[in-house]
Design a protein around this ligand. Sequence first.
Ligand SMILES: Cc1ncc(COP(=O)(O)O)c(C=O)c1O
Length: 399
Amino acid sequence: MQFSALTNRIRSKESQAWDLHFEAVRRMAVGEAAPDAYVLLSVGDPDFDTPRVITDAAIASLNAGRTHYTEISGTPDLRTIIAQDYALRIGADVLPEQVTVVAGAQNALFSALLTLLDPGDEVILFDPFYVTYRDTLGVCGATPVIVPTRSEDDFIPRSEDIQAAITPSTRALLVNDPNNPTGAVIPEAIWREIARIAITHDLWVIVDEVYRELHFPGARVPFTLGALPGMADRTVVLNSLSKSYAMSGWRLGWTIGPSQLGDHAAKLNIVMLYGGPEFIQDAACVALREGAVHAQAMAQAYAKRAQIVVDTLQQAPCLRAIAPQAGMFVMVDVRACGVSAPDFAQMLFDQAGIVVLAGDAFGQRAAGHLRIGLVLDAAVLQAACEKIRALAERLAAKV
Ligand SMILES: Cc1ncc(COP(=O)(O)O)c(C=O)c1O
């Protein structure tokens, strides 16, 4: 039987990044390995429980019978809270109609790209980029144009590289800030350059902010592009509760953009989702109204874990751990160890039972780096990092 041409555009090699992860999970599940044989630092799923105040709100909503279809683009309460928060950030009015509630940031990305792009449009991505970006663009038939960032710049993009990538077919930039996998937060000066380029070339800027609330105390605070003159109408924000409130399994995310985008997204939503669950949106309101204290506590815990990883790995001269400003990951440059990142990850898997991702999955600029997830408690991370350091030192001794 024949399948659509689309299926060829959603098979990029990026998904293979998780092969070691799934192998470890499989071995532990079928008893080929002890249930605690592998330390999984490979996923971007928070190890924290969803805060109780949020789960209680969902239970209360379920018990109140709020289990029916809702407004297609999200409940008025939730859209109002999201719009009001964004209005404060950009210093201008934002209507609830500009907000569309969907099933997580991935779904928000899908919805935004389908409503903004045509086949053949070029979209600028910064390498390293989140693994699903390429295939999601592929669904729309859009072409990713990869702009490099550099490990030595702590993966902050350069204005001249963006400028050089613009062609008559460029339609949008897709920017993940704070970034997965690098933990980089783009400084205001570069955002101003992005705004200048976007206005000059009449481009959309899609900003994936899923790690925004997880910026570390004392680190650079993520900037709001929509606050710059002329940018609110060409900026589309994607966000979700998955990371900041440890709610990955709730599948609650949203887009914010101009009202017209809200209209188009609503029509797409009719054929894609037909609205989201009512009780989850009720709980999301509580998360956004009362959950900030929990999000901050999680950000502090990730910051502490990141410090442990950086301090421990930095002791090996052949490793360069790049201190993140936000998020749930640390990138470690292993190029001086004399092996590729996939080989290093394989050795860690085989010799130490530690599962990390080779950065190669996130683009060429992340090749030679490992992505370490900060998703286990500090003591377990510390022990794992000591094993990573020991392996690096053994490898470096052979170089
Ligand atoms: C940068 C980035 N964007 C989007 C997503 C998807 O998030 P969600 O669970 O809200 O769909 C992730 C998840 O890891 C991510 O890292």
